[in-house]
Design a protein around this ligand. Structure first.
Ligand SMILES: Cc1cc2nc3c(=O)[nH]c(=O)nc-3n(C[C@H](O)[C@H](O)[C@H](O)COP(=O)(O)OP(=O)(O)OC[C@H]3O[C@@H](n4cnc5c(N)ncnc54)[C@H](O)[C@@H]3O)c2cc1C
Ligand code: FES
Ligand code: FES
Length: 1358
């Protein structure tokens, strides 16, 4: 039947309101519809590819097949709006709000400090809400599983889990109601394995946390009080719209929706479906759209006809047959999971081997939002070589039924099914109707394995399904099928190996022959796409080895007759067969309570909730792209270079003009002022005749909508003459391509130091860069005001003043015409110091005289903007037999990219932190910024400090190994003492690091646990544990002295309310909350009377960027000073009416014509360091901390598990312990990503492959340490900052190095079992690939690396 030529109406509900859409465009996603059409901006765009969960909504529908209402989460960014017919959508705005009542899922995340920048919060709230709708009494594991598809870059996840733990039936927590009688939150360590500390509970002199002296300090672990939480009342939830219920049950008719380029047809019967497919053989069948949506968004594919089979009964049926379970191809993965779990529980285990393997694969398949919508058939028909299910289906011999106008046919999924990359034998006019997964037989065993960069929500590097059937009552192989994904352009079977193994006995000899054969059969070219060639090859053997051991174990358990036929498995091999399991989480956060007698309304030192948290949790907080649209607004899409180094020969925008809605193309010639920009004046607003990196901005297209501007930008044609790029540090060194300023710090006599040393070690360490991955990408809205060149800019920036200056420069107007306004950012981490997007948007607004908006797509943001600098450190270190360091010579090379930007500052900080916390008497250090053809690398939390310190810890751990001494002893021996001079000759005063060290060593029960680990390692050959304790000392101040200044403006209104503006921006770090606390104490008024609206250049001018951790220090002092000015003016009025209220005084002051507005200013005194003379003070003071981490690695796969971390951190007298602990945990987890997970991958030509969460993995909920303890050092006031506090944003990040070196420790144990003991090189991050390759064994030896230089690698280390 031909589709209806008239347009159908799309009917659905959003938050209980009916939506009837007459002109729906099938290319529109639910997210765009919600945000643009309905103005519901609570649902956020974080990635647009299903990888971050910021867009999570709840979908409710009546399932006519199961006859019940189903609620599930989905990613609105991939959900086609056309798929919403007869569906109810609930967004974060639909469940609660700050005006009436927050839903408990909103209230608890806000009050437990689980929302920092808040950009991820609505998505997380909706995941929790949906879980509660389906299961009002969840277990903790359900909660953890519900968040597999949500990312947060700020919080480190712990507070979110902790807040939501209050919903869990197995949390065993009284919510601290039983505060005196042993609540689990008080001193969590008490309950933890081998924990040595009472968590300050035994408050007397006996507790390790109370240190020396007899001062009694009250410690608290109550960051929130759950007894204040509203109870969850499931009966109060909105009901499913009755109208939809009726409509869903009624007979459906075929639907057709037509847009500008795409037609969407939704048939109701199989007959209609196959007829449509024969009529449109190239049409795509869309169920979840998790593959097609990505192709259209990221790969620029256009599918003019889409057929949605969601309503076809046969495609959704589930049937238990004689031979297996048959699923309709449109069954979602969640429903497959649900059915198989039931079947596994009901049937004898021998029959469900295959089902259990499918369930194991589904456990790690994407996140719930994807699994809830993605179809089994979609996974098969996508024919991805890294599909998780295809190897299982292939090895199990699953049956596929295909249907067409001609009828049906059933085939077995075997080696002939996939005919090439993303191709199958299914004919264009056929559809996949159903999939039957067979029962296993007696004597048949099946396993599936997957290794990815991250355990949760990640596609596989290598994945497999393995099946063996034994001859009756024997251990002789009757049939074997080994199927792999990730080893070829398709899922493949190891046919030759399987043939060789058939008829053989399951023994050591079979294992050896199988590995040898697989090593030959699973060859990969050294240039294979995806890289990681040795790792992938080794994994094929490791997986087989795991399968071999698993089967051996099952065989010996199965029947007594085979028991004797099998070789016994060594007991220390047992853990190699264990599947990953989660341990219950445990944590405690300890901080010093405010002194007894502190006024109740004085909030300094108390865990005040982030002032925007509730708004963020309700989706009410306004981010840049949430600002309502202007009527004549235009949308901008950038046109960027696809070459790393080239001359631009021509730019042709003529084709773009034919795209509907196109307005104009903007380029360098449209810049009215100067096209030259950047901190070192070495950048352009738009490239003119040369591009120096992929992603270099060449121009911009303006159109009426985002979709049209995107399309038009793709149509702009650029011709290049390519030049040879320099991409890597190595290439830059070879070609001496450096930015000119080379930095040096020299102290003592290095040569003499080496002569006096017992040993000298030389080495090298490389640290990869890091993408900021703030959840909100760069965005700008520029509004020309129509007079005298005035322009108002709403920008997601950490640097309003530079944004103003650079915009004025580009527009050729004075700075006083430009106002930059920042309400909040969805994360910054240094990445929003850059003005990369804003100048282009401002020039476009200037040219057209119309408001122009742009929020970069995630892939554009990752491509265009630089990140953390990759570093190469080369060192030579001299030391004594006892591990005491005598002399150090070190060179640091960082990859600066194509412009200077902040690279000199980053390098300076790296050199100033090359000592980490160690006293090195003789130092010679040199630093180079490599000039390469990559996007310019820039500020990132830590600003070079972590890289500088990481290399120090590298040689420190080598020294300990070389001396054969415990690493913690060598580290402690070298720690500074109070009063020591650093290598840059700054005296250490108030040096609390040794206190942190001792407390951490004690509270982590380091020595007792070390013994347990040694024992574990003896008893486990293929799993190893490691532990490491690492200190950090972080210098506080901008190293450019004049930046250490801040301004504030305080207004008091006649009703007594106070409005503050200061120079810092809010990006989630809680700066505004802290400033309100400061003002509250300074003025002596409650925080409820104080408000901060935004940061703007017309209120506080010439602000320093919100960076270098000092914002609370300097802005806090500026706010304090402004408040003092007002208080001084109020003094006479207060004296004349001492019993009056704040409101009385303010009213009187106004009537007395006393100014109630004041500015405040502050600068840090006495700063200024000279590299040439090695004298002067670069830092105002130092923040200190120590962390101890324990990990477990899987030596066969390179996987690792973070078992426990203990942190002791000196934050002075905390202004707000909840915010400070939030910064510590967030920074630690971000560092965990830096040192163990996040890897930017570039082609040899400088093209970034990792452009979204699909390929670039930041830590997820499941990656944080299972046990996570943080305590703030007590009694350590800091005289150098506001109210004795200390900076906290950056210093804790480096503590995650403890995880990296714990991994290295575990690898040492693995290597020892292979007879290798000498120090080895481990570069950062310690990914599964690096861990596996370093655990040398018989399998790695079978997969040697190709000779470097003999091939072109797929990716290079930049
Ligand atoms: C964030 C994210 C994470 C992911 N993680 C994983 C993962 O861990 N493991 C993994 O294997 N995959 C993963 N994927 C890939 C994807 O989710 C799966 O392949 C999914 O099963 C596709 O199903 P779908 O219904 O969404 O497919 P759709 O996008 O709707 O369709 C996919 C393709 O299959 C075709 N098709 C669908 N049904 C039929 C049919 N019945 N007959 C003929 N052709 C049909 C369509 O024409 C289309 O070409 C992930 C994807 C995303 C976006
Ligand atoms: S925006 Fe949808 S998952 Fe990231
Ligand atoms: S609070 Fe989660 S991303 Fe910022």
């Amino acid at each position: 039947m031909a589709p209806n030529e008239t347009r159908d109406e799309l009917i659905f509900f959003v938050n209980g309101k009916k939506v009837v859409e007459k002109n729906v465009d099938p290319e529109t996603t639910l997210l765009t519809y919600l945000r643009r059409k309905l103005g519901l901006c609570g649902t956020k765009l974080g990635c647009g590819e299903g990888g971050c969960g910021a867009c999570t909504v709840m979908i409710s529908k009546y399932d006519p097949f199961r006859k019940k209402i189903l609620h599930h989460t989905a990613n609105a960014c991939l959900f086609p709006v056309c798929a919403l017919h007869h569906v109810a959508v609930t967004t974060v705005e639909g469940i609660g709000n700050t005006k009436s009542r927050l839903h408990p899922a909103q209230e608890r995340i806000a009050k437990s400090h689980g929302s920092q920048c808040g950009f991820c919060t609505p998505g997380i709230v909706m995941s929790m809400y949906t879980l509660l709708r389906n299961k009002p009494e969840p277990k903790m594991e359900d909660i953890e599983d519900a968040f597999q598809g949500n990312l947060c870059r700020c919080t480190g996840y712990r507070p979110i889990l902790e807040g939501y733990r209050t919903f869990a039936t197995d949390s065993n927590c009284c919510g601290r109601v039983a505060n005196d009688t042993g609540c689990c939150r008080d001193g969590g360590r008490e309950n933890s394995m081998n924990g040595g500390c009472c968590g300050g509970k035994a408050n007397g002199p006996g507790c390790c946390m109370n240190g020396i002296g007899d001062s009694v300090t009250m410690l608290s672990s109550s960051l929130f009080n759950s007894s204040e939480f509203q109870p969850l009342d499931p009966t109060q939830e909105p009901i499913f719209p009755p109208e939809l219920m009726m409509q869903s049950q009624a007979q459906q008719k075929q639907l057709c929706f037509k847009g500008e380029r795409v037609m969407w047809i939704q048939p109701t019967t199989l007959k209609e479906l196959v007829a449509l497919k024969s009529q449109h053989p190239n049409a795509k069948l869309v169920v979840g759209n998790t593959e097609v949506g990505i192709e259209m968004r990221l790969k620029n594919m256009l599918y003019p006809v889409i057929i949605a089979p969601a309503w076809i009964p046969e495609m959704n049926a589930v049937q238990q047959t004689e031979t297996g379970v048959a699923f309709g191809a449109a069954c979602t993965l969640s429903s497959v999971e649900e059915v198989l779990k039931k079947v596994v529980a009901e049937l004898p285990p021998y029959k469900t081997e295959m089902f259990q393997a499918v369930l194991e694969q589904l456990r790690w398949f994407a996140g719930p939002q994807i699994r809830n919508v993605a179809a089994l058939g979609g996974n098969i028909m996508t024919a991805s070589p890294i599909s998780d299910l295809n190897p299982v289906l292939m090895a199990s011999g699953s049956k596929l039924t295909l249907a067409s106008n001609e009828g049906k046919r059933t085939i077995t999924m075997d080696e002939k099914f996939f005919t090439g990359y993303r191709k199958t034998i299914v004919k264009p006019e056929e559809i996949l109707l159903s999939v039957e997964i067979p029962y296993s037989k007696k004597g048949e065993y099946f396993s599936a394995f997957k290794q990815a960069s991250r355990r949760e929500d990640d596609i596989a590097i290598v994945t497999c399904g393995m099946r063996v059937l034994f001859q009756d009552g024997t251990s002789r192989v009757k049939e074997i099928k080994l199927s792999y994904g990730g080893m070829a352009p398709t899922t493949i079977l190891a046919l030759k190996t399987c043939k060789d193994l058939t008829g053989r006995d399951w023994n050591e000899k079979l294992l050896q022959d199988a590995c040898r054969s697989l090593a030959g059969e699973m060859e990969l070219s050294p240039s294979a796409p995806g890289g990681m060639v040795e790792f992938r090859r080794t994994l094929t053997l490791s997986f087989f080895f795991k399968f071999y051991l698993t089967v051996l174990q099952k065989l010996s358990k199965s029947h007594s007759s085979t028991k004797n036929l099998c070789e016994p498995m060594p007991s220390n091999y047992l853990s190699a067969t264990e599947l990953f399991h989660k341990d219950p989480i445990a944590n405690a956060q300890l901080f010093q309570e405010v002194p007894k007698g502190q006024a109740v309304e004085d909030m300094v030192g108390r865990p005040l909730v982030h002032v925007s948290a509730a708004k963020q949790a309700c989706g009410e907080a306004v981010y840049c792209d949430d600002i309502p649209h202007y009527e004549n607004e235009l949308y901008l899409t950038l046109v960027t270079s696809t070459k790393a180094h080239a001359k631009i020969l021509s730019v042709d925008a003529s084709e773009a003009q034919s795209v509907p809605g196109f307005v104009c193309f903007v380029s360098a010639k449209d810049v009215p002022g100067s096209n030259i920009t950047g901190i070192a004046n070495d950048e352009t607003v738009f490239a003119e005749d040369m591009v120096t990196c992929v992603g270099h901005i060449i121009g911009a297209v303006l159109a009426d909508t985002q979709e049209h501007s995107r399309r038009a930008a793709r149509a702009v044609k650029i011709r290049y003459e390519e030049l040879k790029p320099i991409v890597t540090i190595q290439e830059a060194i070879e070609k001496q391509s450096f930015f000119k300023s080379i930095k040096r710090i020299k102290k003592g006599d290095v040569k003499k130091g080496f002569e006096e040393s017992d040993h000298i070690l030389e080495g090298e360490m490389y640290l990869g860069g890091q993408e900021h991955f703030y959840l909100e990408t760069h965005s700008t809205l520029a509004v020309p005001k129509g007079e005298d060149g005035e322009m108002e800019l709403f920008v997601s920036t950490q640097n309003p003043a530079k944004t103003q200056e650079f915009t004025a420069n580009a527009l050729g107007v004075p700075s006083n015409r430009i106002v930059v306004r920042v309400k909040r950012m969805g994360g910054g981490f240094g990445g929003k110091d850059s003005t990369i997007l804003t100048t282009a948007v401002a020039v476009s607004a200037f040219k057209t005289g119309r408001p122009v908006r742009c929020m970069l797509d995630r892939d554009e943001d990752m491509l265009i903007s630089g990140g953390r600098h990759p570093f190469l450190g080369r060192y030579k270190v001299g030391f004594m037999k006892n591990g005491k360091v005598k002399s150090l010579e070190v060179s640091y090379y960082c990859n600066g990219g194509n412009s200077v930007d902040l690279s000199y500052g980053v390098l300076d900080r790296a050199l100033l932190h090359l000592d980490n916390s160690y006293n090195i008497p003789n130092v010679s250090s040199t630093g180079f910024v490599c000039k390469t053809n990559l996007p310019s690398n820039t500020a990132f939390r830590g600003f070079g400090g972590p890289q500088g310190m990481m290399i120090a810890e590298c040689w420190m751990s080598d020294i300990a190994r070389k001396c054969g001494l415990p690493p913690e002893e060598v580290r402690k021996l070298n720690l500074y003492h109070e009063g020591d001079l650093t290598h840059f000759n700054q005296k250490l005063e108030g040096f609390t690091l040794r206190r942190c060290w001792d407390e951490c060593l004690s509270s982590s029960s380091y020595h007792a646990r070390k013994k347990v680990i040694e024992e574990f390692n003896k008893q486990n050959r293929w799993k190893k544990r490691g532990m490491c304790i690492i200190p950090t000392k972080f210098g506080i101040s901008f190293t450019v002295p004049f930046l250490n200044q801040a301004g504030a403006l305080v207004h008091v209104y006649t009703d007594g309310s106070v409005l503050i503006t200061h120079g810092g921006t809010e990006m989630g770090q809680g700066l505004h909350t802290k400033m309100i606390q400061v003002a509250s104490r300074s003025l002596g008024v409650p925080t409820s009377k104080i408000y901060i609206s935004e940061t703007s250049t017309n209120t506080v001018p010439n602000t320093s960027p919100t960076a270098a951790s000092v914002s609370a220090d300097i802005n806090g002092m500026a706010v304090h000073n402004a408040c003092q000015t007002i208080l001084k003016r109020l003094e006479p009025i207060k004296q004349s009416n001492p019993k009056g209220s704040w409101e009385d005084w303010i009213k009187a002051a106004y009537e007395d014509c006393v100014s109630l507005s004041a500015t405040g200013f502050y600068r840090i005194p006495d700063l200024g360091y000279s590299f040439e003379k090695n004298e002067g003070k670069p830092f105002c003071y130092f923040s200190y901390g120590v962390a101890c981490s324990e990990v477990e690695i899987d030596c066969l796969t390179g996987d690792h598990k973070n078992i426990r971390t203990d942190i002791v951190m000196d934050v002075g007298t905390s202004l707000n312990p909840a915010i400070d602990i939030g910064q510590i945990e967030g920074a630690f987890v971000q560092g965990l990503g830096l040192f163990t997970m996040e890897e930017l991958r570039y082609s040899p030509e400088g093209n970034l492959y990792t452009r979204g969460p699909g390929m670039y993995k930041i830590p997820a909920f499941g990656d944080i340490p299972t046990e996570f303890y943080v305590s703030l050092l007590r009694d350590c006031p800091n005289s150098k900052a506001v109210y004795s506090s200390k900076a906290v944003g950056e210093p804790p990040l480096f503590l995650s190095a403890s995880v990296f070196y714990a991994i290295k420790d575990a690898i040492y144990a693995a290597r020892q079992d292979s007879g290798v003991t000498e120090p080895f090189r481990l570069d950062s991050p310690a990914t599964p690939e690096r861990i596996r390759n370093a655990c040398v064994d018989i399998f790695t030896k079978m997969c040697p690396s190709a000779e470097p230089g003999t091939f072109k690698p797929w990716c290079v280390r930049v």
